[in-house]
Design a protein around this ligand. Structure first.
Ligand code: NAP
Length: 257
């Protein structure tokens, strides 16, 4: 049983949908104040309402330094602390090499990687004042471990987050600020709605556990990284993918029976 984090404050970027919504709901359930951040107020407010008292919504584009500063100021002004930052906001438009433009590349790096840097930077002054903080990045298996056609920019951004994390963890350790990353495999989110049962079944078939992950699978891991008990863990990753990266070939999957 982990010690309660009730009364602490978490900022969840990209909290209006998908994995971020799962993070926001799980941290809210654990009793934390939750600042749900996205670019659309109505959608962030919907999640804040679902959580109930102690949750509120804020509009910020994580690619914008001033917006990230305003986000951190809102958390401190409203709740008095920033105990946890879930730097989760991310985009994944597909474009193969040869078609991908410099602007496409900049956009994905700008939100996923630079957005992580900007979100972290904005929260640091308060975390340093507290002499305590937990930063949890949502990376991916795509990039650090695997590849997927159309996602060279995305993979670079997700691998880049881990490079950022390792040096940030070293720099911030003197303030008891930990920086860790969850690496999700294929997670069932609203983004996959409408893809059809055959598509989802094919995805599940490539995973040893034969199911897609849930947003709760990711949120529980992030909550562990945010816990008191994880205070001596920094610069580390946990792959949450039902074993997806493990089979060495299609034959290995078929041999499971
Ligand atoms: P999603 O359902 O599309 O949600 C993305 C969230 O990010 C939304 O709340 C979106 O809200 C917000 N967002 C996008 N751009 C933003 C920006 N510039 N500033 C602030 N917020 C922004 O995506 P998801 O699947 O949950 O993915 C969340 C994270 O998990 C991403 O970092 C992704 O790389 C990672 N991930 C996902 C999977 C998966 O299977 N789903 C697997 C591995 C990793 P607005 O549009 O309102 O801003």
């Amino acid at each position: 049983m982990l010690k309660s984090l009730a009364g602490r404050t978490v900022i969840v970027t990209g909290g209006s949908k998908g994995i971020g919504r799962g993070l926001a709901l799980r941290f809210g359930e654990a009793g934390l104040n939750v600042l749900v951040v996205s670019r659309h107020l109505d959608q962030a407010e919907k999640v804040a309402k679902e959580i109930g008292s102690g949750a509120s919504a804020f509009v910020a584009d994580v690619a914008d330094p001033a917006a990230c500063e305003a986000m951190a100021a809102e958390a401190v002004g409203r709740y008095g602390s920033i105990d946890v930052l879930c730097a989760n906001a991310g985009i994944f438009p597909a474009a193969k090499l040869g078609e991908m433009t410099a602007a496409d590349f900049d956009q994905v790096i700008g939100v996923n990687l630079k957005g992580s840097f900007l979100s972290v930077s904005a929260c640091l002054p308060q975390m340093k004042r507290q002499n305590r903080g937990r930063i949890v990045l949502t990376s991916s298996i795509t990039g650090p471990i695997t590849g997927y056609p159309g996602w060279t920019h995305y993979g670079a951004s997700k691998a880049g987050q881990l490079g950022f994390m390792r040096t940030a963890a070293v720099e911030l350790a003197p303030w008891n600020i930990t920086v860790n990353a969850v690496m999700p495999g294929n997670i069932l989110t609203e983004g996959l709605d409408g893809m059809g049962e055959d598509y989802l079944a094919a995805m599940a078939a490539s995973i040893p556990m034969k199911r897609l992950g849930s947003v709760a699978d990711i949120a529980n891991t992030a909550l562990f990284f945010a816990s008191e008990e994880a205070g001596y863990i920094t610069g580390q990753t946990i792959v949450v993918d039902g074993g997806q990266v493990l089979p060495e070939s299609l034959g290995a999957l078929e041999a499971m029976g």
